[in-house]
Each structure stands twice: as structure tokens, then as C-alpha cells.
Design a protein. Sequence first.
Length: 237
Amino acid sequence: MPTPGFAQGAATDVFSPAQRKAIVEIVRNALKTDPTILSDAITSLRQNAANQQQLSAQQALAAHRSALLNPAASDAILGNAQAKVTVVEFYDPRCPYCRKVLPDLDRIVAEDKDVRILEKVVPVLGQGSLITSQALVAAFEEGGQGAYFKLQHAIMTDSAAPTVERMRTLAKQCGLNADQLAKDMNSPKVTAILQANMELGHGIGLDGTPTFVMNARQIIPGAVDYDELKQAIAHTR
């Protein structure tokens, strides 16, 4: 039975066809007379969507706060490891924007001794990204942060196709054991580290690289420059 007080099929039964036609005509004339009605409605919808997106982002950051503030054993740390400001960078070694921002990150930690950048490599751009990401994690596992950053610079300034053999060549140039690195690239440990990075990225709504998370409070997605990063760090501090 219909719920008391509500007619079944209310959307079609309350108004007659003639009444519905008249209502449509009233709305159409109102929009013609005052177009700001529509623009105001669109603005309101966009603002509501932005507010919801911001709320979702804050909830995601709160849920993953510990992982974003406390370095994992596999995280290379750029800058002062004891700094109070923690910036997590999710990056893909093949991403042109990640490559462009690399010297800016070096400059920031050189100038500001109270900032540390936790490196989370995420292979999101296909097979080439996977190969380079595997090589970076394997380098960290073999030789620590020094080996990681040395190979990172070599990979992210390299224009050759990213193959396993190319990773061996770059590793050798960086003073690493190329044979061991090539072997470790497909190890369960390296695979688990990359999977954990991807899962954390997914958890905070990562939709592109680079993505920066400032003290687990603010997400800065996409390409940014030195000045924008400095401003975000100052705001976080």
C-alpha cells in the first residue's frame, strides 16, 4: 500500500500535463530574464563538490597519518631525517613533471634544514616505470640512501629506453653491483615495497604524479615549482 500522505507516483500525479508545461515555461522564462540563476546554481554545485572532495581528502589523510609521518624502512629520506616538517613525495621516475621538480627538491632541503622529504616511488606510467621503480628500490635495498639517490639522478636524467639492461648499465656507472641489482629487481621484497607505496597512494586518492603530502595535513597534486613548494612548507610550518 502507498505510504499515508504520499500518493503513489507522486512525480507524475501531482501536476497535470498542462501544469507541468506551465512550470517548465516559468523556469525557462526565469532563466532568460535572469541568467545568473543558472550560473549561481553551477557555482553552488561546484563549491559543494569541492567541499566534499576536501572533506574526503582530510579523512584519507587522517586514516593514513601514521604512514605519512613515520618513514618506512624502505623510504629514502631527502634532507634532515629529524626535521619537524615531513613532506611525502609520490613520484614516478618516468614522469616528466617529477623529473622537472627534482632539482627544486634538492634546493629546498639544502636551504631549509627543518624539512625532510620521504620518497615513495610509484610505477604508474607503464612497464618502463615499473622497471625504473624496481631498480631504485633494489638500489636502496643494496646500498642504502646513497646508492638510491645516485641511481635516481642517473635514471631521471637519462633519455634512453628503460630496459633491465639499461638499469644494469646505469647501476654499474653508479658503482653498484649490476648483476645483484638486476636479480633483486624482481624479488618479493621489492615487489612488496612497490605494492605498499601504491596502496598508500590509492588510500589518499592519488591520481597523478608528482603528489606531495605536507605533514599529513595537505595534499598538493600535480606539477609544482620551487616557490609553490616553499609556500606550502611555510604554511604547514
